[in-house]
Design a protein around this ligand. Structure first.
Ligand SMILES: C[S@@+](CC[C@H](N)C(=O)[O-])C[C@H]1O[C@@H](n2cnc3c(N)ncnc32)[C@H](O)[C@@H]1O
Length: 493
């Protein structure tokens, strides 16, 4: 999005920051907009304190008291810069003729922000360069000012398309070119390609990488029981549409979700922000077959409770509350808050899902179990702009071991004929098919069910699901959801 669009064509810099709280030396000749200062601080928070960008953004925006337009500009600057960091770093290297690892991190963040304005926001080159130079002076003193000026002027002299060509020409391999051009770590590009290839859809890689670089539209869920089976009747002509594959879902065209949620007028917690892939994953378990009287349901890894609320609202007849377990006390508290609209139908507990306590009585068996396992989160890259740079391939062995242990523990507590859904917000094969195939090898008492057929039946409209596996992999570029993986199992003995 361009700065002009965000500012509604005003394009003028604004003051208004609380200067008495700002202890940095002030020698600026050009006024730096408060939105740019906030964006810079967010980049620093993410780098220095490992902060989540969305949390850092909201607290920095609040501290700086930004109005709506400046808040939107700060969000675009910070999120866009973080998301496209890989591409900008390569362009900075080419323009500076220096590796980014040799550039002071303060200077590098100033350059990244400047590159984002020049290459993606159509900010006038002189404004982007001058403000970046002032920002450099403010955060690092005089040092590096000439360097920032020179590098950004060099970047501004070529078009984004010309830089793309230079990235491709200078890359040492096609994967490296793709990684830099589409701003993903190379190992993530390879993992996504492997997952698509396993479905015979390798040619979709470019579309997937592009989808990961776009902010998703906000999806809402309206819990079952508060509408007549599909949310279509709740859509309005303007902001809310019944787009997307979940029959519980609504899509928001823009603006503040909390305003849209309260405008719908339901009790607190009935309408909430939730990706439609997550909605479908929960519905695959609840709607796989009719609910029988007295069924016992378990959500083993429930925090922060988005799917628990969907499960609880789907309970029918005379059934006990869903047992919602979450290892972290803090996240168990989030589950309690998340299920406020269906609180009587949920019993929240906090144990390690591999331990007996998570299941209650020693002889407790469950008819439906959701294992929405801790995972790398590579399926939600479009939501967390900084996440792709934090994950490492070395994170995977520990995660996949935990996934296997949680699944084994859950299978042991599955009632005869009971069903289990294994869900990850990751398409990485090590966390999806490899985990499933190993689970089936270890546990001959379960068989895999056709999750694709269940999802087709449950979804609104036709779902494009590929590959010959029984499990289903959703994708942002294809289904408009996070890349959720869903496998279903039934206990046969
Ligand atoms: C992918 S999240 C679940 C998301 C949740 N189902 C929802 O829809 O809001 C995985 C959760 O598993 C929890 N977790 C991690 N290790 C666990 C364990 N050993 N036992 C139970 N929960 C665990 C994490 O704290 C995290 O909250």
């Amino acid at each position: 999005m361009s700065e002009r669009q965000i500012r509604g064509g005003q394009g003028k810099q604004r003051g208004g920051q609380n200067r008495s709280q700002d202890r940095r030396p002030r020698v600026s000749r050009v006024e730096i907009s408060p939105a740019r200062l906030v964006a810079y601080d967010v980049l620093r928070d993410v780098e220095d304190r490992d902060a989540y960008a969305n949390l850092a953004l909201s607290s920095r925006i609040r501290e700086a008291n930004l109005d709506g337009r400046d808040a939107a500009l700060a969000t675009e600057l910070a999120s866009g810069t973080l998301r496209e960091r890989g591409r900008y770093d390569r362009i900075i290297e080419l323009a500076a003729n220096r590796a980014v690892s040799d550039i002071d991190t303060r200077t590098l963040n100033v350059l990244r922000l400047g590159a984002h304005q020049l290459l993606s926001m159509r900010t006038a080159a002189h404004a982007a360069v001058n403000e970046s130079v002032e920002l450099q002076r403010r955060v690092a003193g005089q040092s590096g000012v000439g360097f920032v000026n020179g590098v950004l002027r060099a970047i501004g002299r070529s078009t984004p398309a010309a830089w793309e060509a230079k990235i491709v020409e200078s890359a040492s391999s096609p994967d490296e070119a793709l990684a830099a051009r589409d701003s993903h770590p190379a190992w993530v590009v390879r993992a996504l390609r492997d997952a698509l290839r396993s479905e015979g859809r390798e040619q979709e890689l470019k579309a997937l990488l592009s989808a990961n670089n776009e902010s998703p539209r906000v999806s809402l869920v309206v819990l079952s029981g508060w509408h007549a089976g599909d949310t279509e009747a709740l859509a309005d002509a303007d902001d809310l549409t019944a787009n997307g594959p979940s029959p519980l879902g609504l899509e928001l065209a823009g603006g503040d979700p909390s305003r849209a949620i309260s405008a719908l007028g339901f009790p607190e917690g009935v309408v909430r922000v939730q990706d439609q892939g997550s909605q479908l994953a929960a519905l695959a378990l609840t709607r796989l077959r009719p609910v029988a009287e007295g069924e016992r349901w378990l959500d083993l890894c429930a925090g922060p409770g988005g799917k628990t609320a969907v499960l609880a609202a789907e309970l029918r007849g005379d059934t006990p509350p869903v047992r919602a377990n979450e290892v972290s006390e803090h996240r168990a508290e989030l589950v309690r808050r998340s299920v406020i609209a269906v609180a009587d139908s949920v019993n929240v507990v906090s144990f390690d899902g591999r331990e007996a306590d998570a299941y209650g009585d020693a002889d407790a068996r469950f008819d439906r179990i959701l294992v929405d396992a801790p995972c790398s989160g590579l399926g939600a890259l479009r939501r967390r702009p900084e996440a792709r740079w934090r994950k490492q391939p070395s994170d995977l062995p520990e995660l996949t071991a935990l996934q296997g242990e949680l699944l084994d523990a859950a299978v042991a507590r599955l009632a005869p004929g009971g069903v289990l859904a294994y869900v990850t917000c990751s398409p990485h094969l090590a966390e999806t098919r490899v985990t499933v195939d190993r689970l089936l090898k270890r546990n001959s008492e379960i068989r895999e069910l056709d999750a694709k057929a269940v999802l087709q039946r449950v979804a609104r409209g036709d779902l494009d699901l590929a590959g010959s596996a029984l499990s289903a992999q959703l994708w942002p570029h294809r289904n408009g959801t996070d890349a959720m993986f869903i496998a279903l199992f039934e206990r046969v003995s």
